[in-house]
Design a protein around this ligand. Structure first.
Ligand code: NAP
Length: 548
């Protein structure tokens, strides 16, 4: 697996560490932002915790990690040469291939010389007199940037479960986000997996055939549907490359920038037979079509949602041999698609293997992680390895882990204490010269994320260009614009079934103090409307902002 970092001559040791822009994070967003700002001729420093590029794809090396967006819809669109050069091997590429791709991009565009690896930002404070950000790393080293751009990811603040004894286990244990770079041997091992979100599902289905014994600790089942991945043939490769312009054009028009678009029909506008045929077709097709190209009311009308949930429940009952296990795997407290739908390959069949056990932790809660295993209310099981697929303090968690201080020393964490307040999901009043790529309240976290990243970054670049051309050294969202946008975000979410369900998308995480209240964190109006609004703000000379 590539983790190639070149320790190039460090320009920071020569310069005074003052840049036009400091970017936090060298994942997909940070890399693209670097590329764009360099084109403007700005001096830029990217600060990255990891020892390599790739963000999500650098950290998430757990077994089975792969796309569930079609590979060719996920890559960068900014370079025709890059698009024509790169061959995706599978319709849904595995993590190692994606990381290889991102390393290829970093090399091809000579990005590494402006990235400082192994550099975790601990705080960033706006200096009003100098009109610049002072960014401090763990260890105290400081960098200065006129503009600060966060590209820290919505799912990068991983969380271990708050279960007593987590530190006491003497076997191997990993959070999926912090998976080791070295190969992990599963042969003959007694393995526990805690968590059955999209990550847990990928891990479970992948390691089930490899381990001696697998015990899955499930608190909430999810509605999982088949990925139907396969290799890309040579003929398909040619068609993909010839079809990029039309495909990107389509992606610009769908709500989540996927190749799947909502079916305009209502669930009850067709006959029962037509409905069943349509749903069978969706179940047999690859990717997120079943979630995103379903009838238009499946995610908003409780009756339509319940009917489709019944359809998926029937599939689970057909695929899982033991009826009691099947019932445990069928969600009872939330409808299909109201939480992120894990895409699976043989996930349900894993539970038909004799050495795989499913423990419902609502019926028999985990009481303690012991030195040798996991104790539930009814049993103690010994393990050689515990895998925590327990998720993230999503969307705002990565912001909380850095102490951002704006005007008057106010903390972003305090400003967002009752939920994020933003303008366009890209900035916050009181935090001048700071842009939050893939931040809360923008369209990106309900999006085929590189597509929305490109939009966020292009918009940020437009603002930087205007600043450069007009000699602007300070910009800030007005409190009114922020309040209006934050209200708009609430209105858009009104009527969506997902807002009535606990999940990372509503900001609930039982492992983080205070994260037990649902919040509206995402823009629900669809990427095209979001893009139009951002474009309008730019076209009107940045209405809602003060530039000076
Ligand atoms: P997640 O969806 O938040 O799932 C975390 C799991 O851990 C849940 O099943 C949760 O149960 C369980 N859990 C947490 N704390 C627990 C505790 N104390 N005791 C028992 N169970 C506990 O996190 P994730 O699976 O890492 O996925 C997060 C997101 O990452 C996905 O939704 C997706 O957007 C993204 N992702 C993408 C891909 C891809 O593109 N291919 C793959 C993986 C992930 P509860 O549900 O009861 O809280």
């Amino acid at each position: 697996m590539p983790d190639t970092q070149v320790a190039a001559a460090d320009p920071d040791t020569m310069a005074n560490k003052t840049y036009d822009a400091v970017i936090i994070g060298a994942g997909i967003a940070g890399m693209y932002q670097l590329y764009r700002l360099r084109q403007l001729g700005l001096s830029v420093r990217v600060l990255e915790t990891g020892s390599g590029v790739g963000g999500t794809w650098y950290w998430n090396r757990y077994p089975g990690a792969r796309f569930d967006s079609e590979s060719y819809t996920y890559g960068y669109s900014f370079s025709e040469e890059l698009l024509q050069d790169w061959n995706w091997s599978e319709h849904f590429a595995p993590q190692a291939e994606t990381l290889r791709y991102l390393n290829h991009v970093a090399d091809r565009f000579d990005m590494r010389r402006d990235i400082r690896f192994g550099s975790r930002v601990s705080s960033a404070a706006f200096d009003e007199a100098a009109r610049r950000w002072e960014v401090t790393l763990d260890g105290g080293e400081r960098f200065f940037g006129r503009f600060l751009i966060t590209a820290i990811g919505p799912l990068s603040a991983h969380t271990l479960p708050r279960i007593p004894g987590v530190d006491s286990f003497r076997g191997q244990s990993f959070h999926t986000y912090r998976w080791p770079h070295e190969p992990v041997d599963f042969a003959g091992k007694r393995v526990a997996v805690i968590g059955t979100g999209a990550t847990g599902v990928q891990v479970i289905q992948t390691i089930a055939p490899l381990v001696g014994r697998l015990t899955v600790f499930q608190r909430t089942p999810n509605w999982c549907t088949p990925l139907h991945n396969r290799k890309i043939t040579e003929d398909e490769q040619r068609k993909i490359k010839a079809g990029y312009p039309a495909m990107f054009d389509l992606l610009r028009r769908t709500p989540g920038c996927y190749i799947h678009n909502t079916d305009p029909r209502g669930t009850f506008e067709v006959t029962e037979e037509e409905r069943e045929t349509f749903w069978e077709k969706l179940y047999s097709e690859p990717g997120f079509g079943i979630w995103m190209a379903n009838f238009r009311d499946v995610l908003t009308d409780p009756k339509a949602n319940a009917l489709f949930s019944d359809f998926v429940a029937r599939k689970i009952r057909q695929r899982v041999k033991d009826p009691a296990t099947a019932e445990k795997l069928i969600p009872k407290c939330h409808g299909f698609g109201t939480r992120r739908v894990p895409q699976e390959t043989g996930y349900y069949e894993a539970y038909n293997l004799p050495h795989v056990e499913l423990v419902d932790t609502r019926a028999t809660p985990i009481e303690r992680i012991t030195e040798t295993g996991v104790r539930t209310s009814d049993a103690e099981r010994g393990f050689d390895m515990i895998i925590y697929a327990t998720g993230f303090d999503a969307i705002t968690g990565a912001f909380d882990r850095i102490e951002f201080r704006g005007t008057g020393g106010q903390r972003l964490k305090d400003h967002w204490a009752d939920g994020p307040k933003t303008y366009l999901g890209l900035m916050s009043a009181g935090f001048p010269n700071m842009l939050t790529i893939v931040g809360p309240h923008n369209a990106s976290t309900r999006c085929n994320i590189p597509r929305c990243i490109e939009q966020n970054v292009d918009w940020a670049t437009g603002l930087m260009r205007a600043a450069r051309d007009r000699g602007i050294t300070r910009f800030e969202a007005t409190p009114d614009a922020e309040a209006e946008w934050s209200r708009h975000i609430e209105e858009l979410a009104d009527g969506m079934l997902y807002t009535q369900v606990d999940s990372w998308a509503t900001g609930v995480n039982s492992n983080v103090e205070g994260r037990n209240v649902r919040r509206i964190l995402q823009y629900q109006g669809g990427a095209p409307a979001y893009r139009a609004r951002c474009d309008e703000v730019a076209a009107t000379g940045y209405a809602g902002m003060v530039l000076s």
